[in-house]
Design a protein around this ligand. Structure first.
Ligand code: NAP
Length: 470
């Protein structure tokens, strides 16, 4: 008689911790991993009456109650297609496959359509929170067939992070919507991290503050409106001593990698024609950080200004305000991409609920997300988060700090691509002129692309004269 409520394939970091989380919540979990030794190790290390290891796919599948619920927590990409192919001969109509990995949402759309023809329900579920989140409560973004969602909802909600009694898990939309929302979440995470890194550079190289002081500054910021997981861990990082002397932060190479979700977000924004310049800047900065030899050469051959130490009054507070206003723009950009996806993929994304499930469990969890939920609850048709009264007030109050801090960083040769792009975004929207009249004229000049006029409707072409360009 099948006993198990759910089965998880993939007993690496994420799968094993999610399995233990489910078992703690009273669900009977079948655990399976391609390489059997890993399953054995996880079970031996974490004895739990609700969790059982299986060592053949047949035994694993036969242990599951109908309709079977099988969660894949494996490496994204080809392995997911391979495992689906292996599972299919064993499955019955109505069974459910849940892909909880970081799959590309277009793969999820394809797999969903393929499995729908076989009457298998396929869910692409974004899960954020890393190892700790998986074990004790991640933020969960499920996408798939709405009618089948009720079958997996109790498990996903129980294991998710909670704010009070509210689970950080909500049905996102059809097919790839859950993985899409997770992808953009990661893009916002890239921008958030880049902004914090830039605040660090400004405080350290212009302000001259040491790691102890930086830890104190970030700790204080974490007590106020910037309260968030990323600011909290940043305060911890600066406080961490290296057993070999000094602090760990100063021993780490100034070069960061990326796995792809930020880049995917950026590519999507270009395809959909949405400006998410801060997320793209964050990806590009990681790319440049890897060019160790070129950076060394440029440092030797380009005369970058050295840091002068004449700080404005309230320097730390000015950096804090700049960070806050730039963070608003990063989220405004990310949520604009969500809005655009609704049109492009025919999803009805609920922006207020998306912000609400990011409030705990995930990497970008922050006080600030309550404000985003409130903004979209007030007006679900808000064309841009910047136009909500709270955010608009904040931009108007703090933009002068952002301008001053950007000038200071630029004059001192400190790279601040995310701060600068935040201000460019504000100015591109807010300035009465953006220069597109000249762009239209140039396009018409060299390609007869026509232009529109301010004084009458229609499209026009002008016979441009070669006054100076011969
Ligand atoms: P991972 O390192 O991404 O993948 C390792 C797991 O995939 C192992 O269980 C491995 O089995 C399995 N696997 C690889 N190729 C396979 C194949 N062809 N057939 C069957 N199984 C295969 O594991 P992870 O870090 O736990 O992440 C799991 C998923 O969650 C990934 O999609 C990841 O991107 C996503 N995710 C990770 C995090 C995080 O913080 N780590 C956070 C959110 C989401 P073997 O032991 O047999 O090789």
């Amino acid at each position: 008689m099948p006993q198990m409520d759910i089965g998880i394939i993939g007993m690496a970091v994420m799968g094993s911790n999610l399995a233990l989380n489910m078992a703690d919540h009273g669900f009977k979990v079948a655990a399976y991993n391609r390489t059997a030794i890993l399953t054995k190790e996880v079970i031996e290390k974490n004895p739990n009456k609700n969790m059982t290891g299986f060592y053949t796919l047949a035994d694993f599948i036969n242990s599951l109650q109908h309709p079977r619920k099988i969660m894949l927590m494996i490496k994204a990409g080809k392995p997911v297609d391979m495992v689906i192919d292996e599972l299919l001969p064993y499955l019955d109509r109505g069974d459910i496959i849940i892909d909880g990995g970081n799959s590309y949402f277009e793969d999820t759309i394809r797999r969903h359509a393929f499995l729908q023809e076989k009457d298998i329900n396929y869910f692409g579920v974004g899960i954020s929170g890393g190892e700790k989140g998986a074990r004790f409560g991640p933020s969960i973004m499920p996408g798939g067939n709405k009618n089948a969602y009720s079958q997996i909802q109790p498990i996903l909600e129980a294991i998710s992070a909670h704010v009070g009694s509210e689970p950080c898990c909500t049905y996102i939309g059809e097919n790839g919507a859950g993985h899409y929302v997770k992808m953009v979440h990661n893009g916002i995470e890239y921008a958030d991290m880049q902004l914090i890194a830039e605040a660090y550079l400004i405080l350290h190289y212009i302000g001259g503050f040491d790691n102890k002081k930086l830890s104190q500054i970030f700790h204080e910021w974490n007590e106020g409106e910037l309260h968030s997981y990323l600011i909290g861990i940043t305060a911890d990082i600066f406080a961490e001593d290296d057993p070999q002397g000094g602090q760990v932060i100063d021993k780490i190479i100034d070069s960061a990698g990326q796995k792809g979700t930020g880049r995917w977000t950026s590519i999507q924004s270009l395809k959909q024609g949405v400006d998410i310049s801060m997320i793209t800047a964050a990806c590009n900065t990681r790319v440049v950080s890897n060019l160790i030899d070129d950076r060394q050469r440029a440092a030797n051959e380009i005369n970058i200004p050295t840091c002068a130490k004449n700080l404005p009054d309230n320097f730390i507070e000015e950096v804090r305000k700049s960070l806050y206003v730039a963070k608003i723009i990063a989220y405004a950009q990310g949520f604009s991409l969500y809005r655009s996806a609704c049109k492009n993929y025919n999803w009805q994304l609920n922006f207020a609920k998306i912000a609400a499930i990011f409030r705990a469990g995930c990497i970008i969890q922050a006080e600030f997300l309550n404000k985003i939920t409130l903004a979209y609850e007030k007006n679900e048709n808000l064309s841009n988060l910047m136009f909500d009264e709270f955010f608009l007030d904040n931009i108007n109050t703090n933009q002068s700090s952002l301008r001053r801090i950007i000038c200071l960083a630029v004059n001192n040769g400190i790279p601040i691509p995310a701060f600068s792009n935040a201000l460019q975004y504000i100015d591109a929207h807010g300035s009465p002129k953006i220069g597109a009249n000249l762009i239209q004229a140039q396009r018409d000049y060299f390609g007869a692309h026509t232009f529109e006029r301010i004084d009458k409707p229609g499209t026009f072409h002008h016979e441009w004269q070669e006054h100076y360009s011969k």
